[in-house]
Design a protein around this ligand. Structure first.
Ligand code: SF4
Ligand code: SF4
Length: 291
């Protein structure tokens, strides 16, 4: 079983649409993982059934037992993050602001403060309308530790792929080069980078490939919307050649690509034969299996 992660140095490149297209083409050979937990939207294209869900806890948050609290005000005075508030002599913790340092619990003279596990999001295992398994998650508003949640999504996807004897895990990684992307790349066998021909597209492609090289993972690249800037497309192609990165294909900007998103379907199902994407999937399988 091989794990393929689709990433992009920036948002808006069409990464999720292309990952969903690969999920369609995998036709039951893959478990799909949505690792873009900060802005998960694979479910909009694959209509999962959310059949199994679990709470995801990360870090701790302070809680004040108002029956025990004597309203001395010490915790509010000492909290460096201004997370404790007083309303009508009653003290409470703002969970968004609380950093979970535990100092207030240590200094409360009547032990009215406890540190509780913080609910940071939800984790789901679904069957999609394409009849493949999707592992996905949603981080709560203001919650941190998305890298930890990504690691959980990936681990579960790998376990299910092995259990179901699938050939691949296809993961939609997060945009950028931060902690969630690093988690997405950890343990991956192959990376597909989706870029677009713009100055920022080129800049972010280079940054994300530097990161991929540090993990020593084979990588390939799709240039999406290549026809909106042919000059920059040529520059990206030259860069890929000189860096020995497999160039999978150039995809033109078409109305059917964008309208698939609004219809909630993959680009493969939107009336236009996406031969280039089919060919890209063939090359990915050939390349990954030759390593
Ligand atoms: S330190 Fe303890 S007793 Fe004092 S206000 Fe805070 S919770 Fe209440
Ligand atoms: S745990 Fe730390 S951050 Fe949270 S309320 Fe207590 S002192 Fe403030």
């Amino acid at each position: 079983m091989k794990e393929i992660v689709v990433i992009s140095g920036k948002g808006g490149t069409g990464k999720t649409s292309l990952t969903a297209a690969l999920a369609y083409l995998a036709d039951g050979e893959a478990v799909i993982a949505d690792c873009d937990v900060d802005a998960a939207d694979m479910h909009l294209l694959l209509s999962p059934d959310f059949s199994h869900d679990e709470d995801f806890y990360s870090g701790e948050v302070a809680h004040i037992d108002t029956d025990l609290c004597t309203s001395c005000g010490l915790c509010m005075e000492k909290c460096r993050f201004s997370a404790i508030h007083r309303v009508n002599e009653e003290y409470s913790v703002n969970e968004i602001d609380c950093e979970g340092c535990g100092y207030c619990a240590r200094i409360c003279p009547v032990n009215a403060i406890t540190m509780n596990d913080q609910l940071a999001g939800k984790f789901y295992i679904s069957t999609t309308r394409l009849d493949n398994t999707l592992v996905h998650a949603r981080l709560g508003a203001g919650a941190e530790n998305s890298g930890k949640l990504v690691a959980k999504v990936k681990k579960k996807a790998r376990t299910l792929a092995e259990k179901e004897s699938k050939d691949y895990v296809i993961a939609d990684g997060s945009p950028g080069i931060g902690c969630p992307v690093i988690s997405s790349l950890s343990g991956a066998d192959y990376v597909v980078v989706v870029t677009e021909p713009s100055v920022s597209g080129m800049h972010d492609l280079k940054r994300v490939l530097e990161l991929v090289h540090k993990f020593d993972i084979p990588a390939s690249c799709i240039i999406n919307k290549h026809d909106i800037n042919p000059g920059m497309t040529n520059e990206i192609e030259d860069f890929l050649r000189s860096s020995n990165i497999l160039h999978l294909c150039n995809i033109p900007y078409t109305a059917s690509f964008t309208s698939a998103i609004t219809k909630g379907i993959t680009i493969m199902e939107n009336g236009e034969d996406q031969m280039l994407v089919r060919e890209a999937w063939r090359k990915i399988k050939e390349d990954i299996n030759s390593k």
